[in-house]
Structures are given as C-alpha cells and as structure tokens.
Design a protein around this ligand. Structure first.
Ligand SMILES: Cc1ncc(COP(=O)(O)O)c(C=O)c1O
Length: 389
C-alpha cells in the first residue's frame, strides 16, 4: 500500500547523510567529551564542530549554544532559567496564548511559584498584535517568550518586530523556533532574539537532541544540575552522536531552505486548494499567507477528526489533529480555541504538514482518495450536518 507521511510538524525522517554521521559517531567516538585523553579530545572536537554548525545556522556565537535533549527542555530552560536568574529584578513574564505546551506548562509552573504571567491573545487568523505586547510590558517584566511559527496552524509571528520591542525595553526575548527553523530565515543577531529553542527531530536529526541559544548578556540559571558541561548551563554527559547529527542536519537544512520552502509551498497550496474544492465547506484555519510553507490546518465540516484520521491512516496517509483524544472524549485544540474557532469547527480540523520527502505524487494520492473517504463516511452515517443536501 502507498504510504504518504504528512505529519512532519510532529517529527521528520532522519536524513540519510545525518544518519551516516550519527552512526559514524556512535562507532568511532567512544570518548567522553570531558575526558582529557585522545579519545575524549576527539569527541570534544566533534562536539565543538557541531556547536559551530548550529551557531552558523541560527546566527549566533558558538559559545552561546547549549545542547539539550530537545525542544521541551530548551523551552523549560529558557523560561525557568531566566526566571530564576531574574527573580530579584522582577517576576512578570509575557507569552502568548498559543505557545507549545512546553512553554505554557513552564509558565503554569512559574505561576504556582508566584510569577505573574501575561498570555497575549491572537486574532481569528492566529496573528499576534504587537501593540498589545508593548502595552503588557511592566517594570517587572523579565522575559518575553513568543514562538516563531505555530506548530498547529503554521501561523508566523513577527519575530524581528518582537525582538525590537524587547530590545527597546531591555527585556530578553525567548523565541521557540522549533517549527520555523526548517523553513524560515533565522538570525538571532538581526532578529533581536536573546534565547532560541531548536529541536533536532523537526530538522531531520534524531529525536532526543536539541539546542537552546542563550546570547551573551542573558542571565540564565541551569535547571539540570550536575557536571560543568555546556559552560555550567546544562549538566550531564552530552548526547554526542545526536549532537553531531544535529550539526549535520543544520548544514543540510540551511543549504536548501529557500528552494525547499518554495517547492513545498507549491505542493501545500495544491493540497489545500484540492481539499477545499473536494469537500463542501472546507476551510483553512490560520492566516492565508503568513504561514509556514509546509503546514495546512483544514476543517472538514461534518467530519469527526478521529474517524477521518483513522480512514486516512487505513489508506496509508499520516496526518494529525490538534485535538488530543483520550478515553473516548476529544479535547479541543487550545490553539484553535485561542483563535476563537468554534469547538465544532475545531473538532473537524486536521493538520497536514509536508516535509522535504513530500513529492507531487503524494499530494495527488491524497486528493485522489479524499472523495472516496467522504463517501464512505457519508454512507456509514459518520458525517454530521446536511452539507450534502
Ligand atoms: C513549537 C514547538 N516547541 C517545542 C516542541 C517540543 O519539542 P520536542 O519534541 O523536541 O521536545 C515542539 C514539538 O512539537 C513544538 O512544535
């Protein structure tokens, strides 16, 4: 059976060249990067090469790169690390209502410790109004945390504008760049980003590795205590093979980012246009253009997300929902809810996220099977509403 993987915002395939580097590192570099013998020094050299690759990828100095276990740790370290280091100066953090749970749950934890959190609202298209950000700043604000692009809708925030506002008020700006890094230009220096989260498995590197950039001058306390690795900012023996793979992935992604973004945007637009034409009333959630080129979040009126996902899965198509399903109940996407999208529309919305492996035949296949999926749901009484009449 044909398989079509359209869930790249959840995780990407490890690129063959990245895998090669990963395996070679596992095989050839047994030393601990902190050891002083030759084997340790070889591992250290590989670690520092990867650090340079990551720094080059995001426009910062290598000394500003802290390797982590992924996006969740990076977000936790940014939020909790800055909060802990700044608690004497102030206890107010500004974020947005549509951040990844790694940011939102860290904020909740800080709230329990007495920090005040402002969660900025977004509009119906998922956009952030930066005037509201400026209004929310108080003398006690110690951090602004806003994502570059949303994981569910792909909607892009005006990162350079946020960075400029933060710089004007001398407040560090943390940007969760996990989803954007594969597709959009990234430059901490010119975008005013003080802290940047990256995750390897969204960039064709393995799962369980990532990085947090913390620019010079940003005060950060570690949250993982242990050895003096990562300049005392993150204890624990480094995941060397994962880090080497992340460095290689950064080089690969940077080399093809512009062309791939354009290629994938064309495919995404074809998919979106086809789905809207094939499914009466279908609509895109999120801004029509200020969006990642690979992401389509589409509502299919009448459908139930879990049934539609299962039908697509049976036909070899992997997509995802923003709604988490547990014990028969569907918890609606907090992102779509924050945009003011009704629970009914949210409950019928799926995310398709394309990747570097996606080709035109994949899109053609999905558009070919969609009418049959709809007919099957209709015949089985699994499509609510009367949009067919
Ligand atoms: C925007 C965003 N931030 C953070 C994360 C967490 O990354 P990881 O899976 O590496 O912990 C994700 C993962 O989906 C994400 O989409």
């Amino acid at each position: 059976m044909k398989t079509v993987y359209l869930d790249n915002n959840a995780s990407t395939h490890v690129h063959p060249l990245v895998l090669e580097r990963y395996i070679a590192c596992c095989r050839d570099l047994p030393g601990n990067p902190s050891s002083i013998h030759r084997s340790g020094r070889e591992s250290r050299a590989a670690l520092e090469t990867a650090r340079e690759q990551v720094a080059c990828f995001c426009g910062c100095d290598p000394s500003e790169v802290i390797f982590t276990s992924g996006g969740t740790e990076g977000d936790n370290l940014a939020l909790k690390g800055v909060a802990a280091a700044s608690s004497r100066r102030g206890r107010h953090i500004i974020t947005t209502a549509v951040e990844h749970p790694a940011v939102l749950a860290s904020c909740l934890d800080l709230e329990r410790q007495g920090y005040e959190i402002t969660r900025l609202a977004v509009d119906l298209l998922g956009r952030l109004d930066t005037a509201r950000l400026e209004d929310a700043i108080t003398p006690g604000t110690v951090l602004i945390s806003a994502m570059y692009a949303n994981n569910e809708t792909g909607v892009i925030f005006p990162v350079a504008e946020i960075g400029a506002i933060a710089a004007r008020h001398r407040i560090p700006f943390h940007c969760d760049g996990v989803q954007a890094a594969g597709w959009l230009p990234l430059d901490c220096r010119s975008q005013g980003i003080g802290l940047l989260t990256l995750s390897g498995h969204k960039l064709h590197a393995p799962k369980g590795v990532g990085a947090l950039v913390a620019r010079k001058g940003v005060r950060l306390h570690p949250i993982l205590h242990g050895g003096s690795q990562e300049r005392n900012r993150r204890g624990g023996t480094e995941n060397l093979s994962g880090i080497v793979a992340l460095g290689a992935a950064c080089d690969l992604v940077a080399a093809s980012r512009t062309e791939e973004s354009e290629r994938v945007r064309r495919l995404r637009d074809k998919l979106e246009g086809g789905m809207l034409a094939l499914w009466p009333g279908a609509a895109v959630n999120g801004h029509p253009t200020e969006r990642l080129p690979n992401t389509a979040n589409i509502s299919f009126p009448g459908a139930r997300v879990d049934t539609l996902l299962a039908c697509l899965d049976l036909l070899g198509v992997a997509a995802s929902s923003g709604a988490a399903c547990s014990s028969g109940t569907v918890r609606h996407s907090p992102v779509l809810a924050a945009m003011g999208i009704s629970p009914d529309v949210a409950a019928a919305s799926l995310r398709f996220s394309l990747g570097r492996d996606t080709v035109e035949e994949d899109i053609n296949y999905v558009l070919e099977i969609l009418p049959g999926v709809r007919e099957r749901l209709l015949a089985g009484g699994k499509l609510r509403g009367n949009d067919e009449s």
